[in-house]
Design a protein around this ligand. Structure first.
Ligand code: 6OK
Length: 376
């Protein structure tokens, strides 16, 4: 994997770069649609590629390991082949999903034992197992097996948690560096900075992660319920320590405003279930603010979902029609709303990249931040 920088904003730490993988290039800042179990819910791969030009999607080790399972994925020649996606994929390591989805039985030095949220069966994830699973999935960018420190937590817990995450990281690197890709495409391992909301722990973790000299670095343990100002404060501390010439990925972030503020702090890559999950509840993100399409006010609004958008669905379907579909619980409603939100998130980061290159980012960001939170 390579990373090159094309431009840097002068009023902020925003930058425009390119990540190059064996499955293609990714212009940054980038948003990565979440395709947890091998599908970005309600969206075809063709739509992802042709309608919204998604450059990279996310998968989850925890889900894919439980279902469809490693045997099928290996037989298919990896996740790309299994789901029919030939662009880059990033997989999370299970370090977060285990805690957020399963009844975790125990966190030990060796790893984490947990019960499947699907059938209650008992499993063990260790740093080594998480690496081997991600080798079998075959994602271009894989994540270290970490502990996403819960929020809130006391300083003592956070301090011991980062020490374990750092010991696990050494084991991830040892295992990853002593195994080969299974399907002929290179893979890269990103370590993850933790430290909860404690500045000195964030400094310690960022310095340790930077010292591992991997090809890219991730910031974890945020977007876990902390106030946005805490998120921004920790991101700033960490981005000032992580190497400038490597991509920085802020996990699980976030709202459109979160994304713009973190781009200004030097973050290059983002993922979040918000555009897809909230779409299914009728929450549409637009360049003028947020539309709750279920609201009665849209019932007879026959104007296009977004007349200024180059997304076909935004132009051919009206707000009234989409509200009707959502109220009728028609599948097409979720499909249109999801495609709209992903298209908006990808438009937002592409626009940010263009403003960074043209030198207009800072003023544009401050204008957008005042608009994006509007309730329409
Ligand atoms: N390995 C690893 N993975 C992570 C994934 C994360 N995802 C988040 N936040 C997602 C929060 C989030 C969850 C749901 C919604 C939809 C609301 O309708 C939005 C945001 N924080 C995260 C932290 C980590 C982390 O430290 N380590």
């Amino acid at each position: 994997m390579k990373f090159s920088l094309q431009a840097k904003d002068i009023h902020s730490k925003a930058r425009a770069g390119t990540v190059t993988t064996d499955h293609g290039e990714i212009q940054t800042p980038i948003f990565m649609p979440v395709g947890t179990a091998g599908t970005v819910k309600a969206v075809h791969q063709r739509e992802l590629k042709q309608d919204i030009d998604a450059k990279i999607i996310l998968g989850n080790t925890y889900h894919l390991y439980l279902r469809p399972g490693l045997e099928i994925l290996e037989k298919a020649g990896g996740l790309h082949k299994f789901i029919g996606w030939d662009r880059p994929i990033l997989t999370d390591s299970g370090g977060y999903q285990v805690y957020s989805l399963s009844k975790v039985r125990k966190i030990k030095e060796e790893g984490v034992t947990f019960n499947s949220h699907i059938d209650g069966s008992k499993h063990l994830f260790t740093p080594e197992i998480a690496m081997d699973i991600q080798r079998t999935i075959g994602a271009d960018i894989i994540m270290a097996f970490d502990e996403c420190t819960p929020y809130p937590c006391d300083y003592k817990y956070a301090a011991s948690s980062i020490n374990m995450t750092h010991r696990w990281l050494k084991r991830c690197c040892a295992r990853f560096d002593s195994t080969e890709p299974k399907y002929g495409f290179n893979q890269t391992l990103f370590p993850i900075v933790q430290g909860s909301v404690y500045k000195d722990l964030r400094v310690k973790s960022a310095e340790f992660i930077a010292s591992m000299e991997r090809e890219g670095n991730a910031i974890g343990g945020l977007s876990v319920g902390e106030p946005a100002e805490e998120m921004y404060g920790m991101t700033e501390v960490v981005c000032d320590i992580l190497p400038y010439e490597k991509p920085r990925y802020l996990m699980g972030v976030g709202t459109p405003i979160n994304i713009l503020e973190n781009i200004a702090l030097g973050v290059d890559m983002f993922d979040c279930v918000m555009p897809t999950r909230n779409a299914r509840n009728g929450m549409l993100f637009t360049r003028n603010g947020i539309i709750n399409i279920g609201n009665k006010k849209w019932a007879d609004d026959l104007s296009p979902i977004d007349a200024e958008s180059d997304l076909h669905a935004d132009q051919v379907y009206s707000k009234a029609y989409l509200r009707h579909l959502m109220h009728s619980k028609e599948m097409l409603g979720a499909q249109i709303a999801t495609l709209h939100n992903l298209h908006f998130y990808l438009w937002l980061v592409k626009e940010a990249r263009e403003k960074i290159i043209s030198g207009e980012f800072y003023a544009w960001k401050n204008k957008m931040v005042t608009i994006l939170g509007n309730k329409l």
